[in-house]
Design a protein around this ligand. Structure first.
Ligand code: ADP
Ligand code: MG
Length: 223
């Protein structure tokens, strides 16, 4: 088991108002499994991912990643745990704009103080078809190239869990399809446990399993 969501509850508070987005949410994702979370806009998909990433607090329940309950971690421990264990790919690529493609890939490893060599980074770039973009900065790359770089960055530290939030949402359909082909190829070949948030049912069906987020809960069905 790689990810366990146990009776999770999340409420946003604004003054006197409180809005329960997730309640009694349960999910188990096995090692190397790719699970799609689908749901209408505003159903709480991004909220869910931010909780799994430990970027926001939840009210009740628990999230266990690789047998570690994340609510037992303080902020500093969570930051370290996240860097060690979780990779991200977002709709907006979140690359560092003043760094080259090569440097963007080094960054997660430098933060972890891990040993790495040039070959490893070049191979990772090659794996996502960016062997010819080593010294380019994100501003000098197309949307599809940026997202392929973001995918490589998400996987470079060999995370136990990859979280992807509408990774093709900002791309035209043809580019998006190519990026997602690469996405599946990469997560399957690296056997990375993955949660893919998408509103695209066709993409969701390519995952091992899909769950539908509706009224704060998962309606679990077989893909
Ligand atoms: P999705 O990603 O499925 O489109 P979100 O998780 O972004 O949905 O948002 C779910 C709901 O929570 C929405 O109604 C949104 O307005 C609300 N919401 C999101 N973030 C906040 C916040 N920081 N404070 C209050 N409400 C929020
Ligand atoms: Mg969202």
């Amino acid at each position: 088991m790689s990810l366990l969501i146990n009776d999770l509850k999340k409420t946003y508070r604004q003054g006197q108002e409180s809005l329960t987005i997730l309640s009694h949410l349960n999910l188990e994702v096995k090692t190397s499994e790719i699970v799609a979370v689908v749901g209408a806009s505003g159903s709480g998909k991004s909220t869910f991912l931010s909780l799994v990433a430990g970027l926001d607090y939840f009210d009740d329940g628990d999230i266990v990643i690789n047998n570690q309950s994340i609510k037992k971690l303080n902020r500093v421990q969570m930051t370290h745990f996240r860097a060690q264990n979780i990779g991200f790919v977002f709709q907006q690529f979140h690359l560092v704009s003043h760094l080259t493609a090569y440097e963007n890939l080094c960054l997660p490893l430098e933060i972890l103080d891990r040993d790495f060599n040039k070959e490893e980074i070049l191979t990772a770039l090659d794996n996502v078809g960016l062997a010819h973009r080593v010294t380019h900065k994100p501003t000098e790359m197309s949307g599809g190239e940026c997202q392929r770089l973001a995918l490589a960055r998400g996987l470079i530290a060999r995370p136990s869990l990859l979280l992807a939030d509408e990774p093709s949402g900002n791309l035209d359909s043809e580019t998006g399809a190519k990026v997602m082909n690469l996405f599946f190829e990469q997560v399957r070949s690296t056997k990375t446990t993955t949660v893919l948030v998408t509103h695209d049912m066709e993409l969701a069906k390519r995952c091992d399993r899909l769950v539908v987020l509706k009224n704060g809960n998962f309606d679990q069905s077989l893909a």
